[in-house]
Design a protein. Structure first.
Length: 333
């Protein structure tokens, strides 16, 4: 792979293997506590127990919020690496091999002897995903393990919101990224994340975050007021960076300074699974942003990747679709 001084994008987050299953709403009511559509951290035993109650076969695919976004950007052509802790089992090795096969650099993965992190994503007929995650090895990543060397030479660092469940780790990552000279993007990831880390997020925005990604639930949790999504985007951009407010099948709003763009959705005939769609959107947007595209063009590319993602089970867009997506990326410049 290329030398460490030439990465356009490095992701920092939890390298999690996704277990995907189709369930109905009755299954959620009977076996899963908490809100539909959310993400809750659990023990591995809880995942095993839920898997034992499933009727349909599981699909297994590499996931993790930042990793999904970085993988998408990699497949479009960015030079990328990833910082996160994988385990010492076959799941971890499969995860690493998948990242390398996509064109990513694996030299910045940390390792533990524990099992790799896993997330059970239960997908209802409306395409919504409700997630239960055991972080495994990923959870043992400590602030002391994050150094400037992990991020040195990277142009941009993409930080996933799930790290915010460990505030000292999130703080060290943000500080280290800035010390390494990276621009930063933050994916809020989940309304539960915002609920526990709202003050930290607002403090980071004041310090300066170049790009922020949020969906409807996350932006509402952040500002705790009712407003239109374009107004939310303007308010978020008021901190000085680029605000990307994703509103699912209705597209997105992207704002920076006085600029405000309505990003039209790409219509799809059938939504199979929304798992990873927001991450795919971020991956497309970051590719455009880091290659100097306009905000509107970057948003359009994000919209195209998000729309492709929801047509497949899991966060990964099958290889057959990437030549067309790369052509679209080239045409949008």
């Amino acid at each position: 792979m290329s030398s460490s001084s030439s990465f356009e994008l490095v992701g920092i987050g939890n390298p999690i293997m996704d277990l995907l299953a189709h369930v109905d709403d009755a299954f959620l009511r009977a076996h899963v506590s908490g809100d539909k559509g959310g993400m809750v951290l659990v023990d591995d035993a809880d995942i095993v127990q839920l898997v034992g109650k499933l009727i349909h076969k599981l699909a297994v695919t590499p996931g993790g919020s930042a990793a999904n976004a970085v993988l998408g950007a990699t497949k479009l052509g960015l030079k990328t690496s990833f910082v996160g802790k994988i385990g010492g089992d076959i799941t971890a090795e499969d995860y690493r091999k998948n990242f390398v096969a996509a064109g990513g650099d694996d030299s910045r993965f940390k390792r533990a002897t524990l099992p790799n992190g896993r997330c059970l994503s239960m997908v209802t007929p409306d395409g919504q995903r409700t997630m239960r995650t055991h972080l495994g090895a990923a959870m043992t990543l400590s602030p002391d393990e994050i150094t400037v060397a992990d991020l040195k030479g990277a142009k941009h660092a993409h930080i996933e919101g799930y790290l915010l469940f460990n505030p000292s780790l999130a703080e060290k990552v943000a500080q280290t990224a800035r010390a390494a000279g990276c621009t930063i993007s933050l994916e809020l990831s989940s309304f539960e994340v915002v609920n526990v880390a709202r003050n930290w997020i607002l403090d980071q925005l004041k310090q300066g975050v170049e790009v922020v990604f949020a969906n409807e639930d996350e932006i509402r949790a952040l500002f705790q007021t009712d407003a239109s999504y374009d107004a939310y985007a303007r308010k978020l951009a008021g901190f000085g960076g680029i605000a990307c407010v994703k509103i699912g099948k209705d597209g997105a709003w992207v704002a920076k300074g006085e600029e405000l763009h309505r990003i039209q959705p790409v219509k799809v005939s059938q939504v199979v699974d929304t798992t990873g769609a927001g991450d795919a959107w971020a991956g497309g947007f970051l590719y455009g942003y880091l290659r100097g595209y306009s905000l509107a063009a970057s948003g359009a590319l994000g919209s195209a990747l998000g729309a492709e993602c929801v047509q497949h089970l899991g966060p990964a867009i099958p290889d057959i679709h990437w030549p067309r997506l790369r052509e679209l990326a080239a045409a949008l410049k």
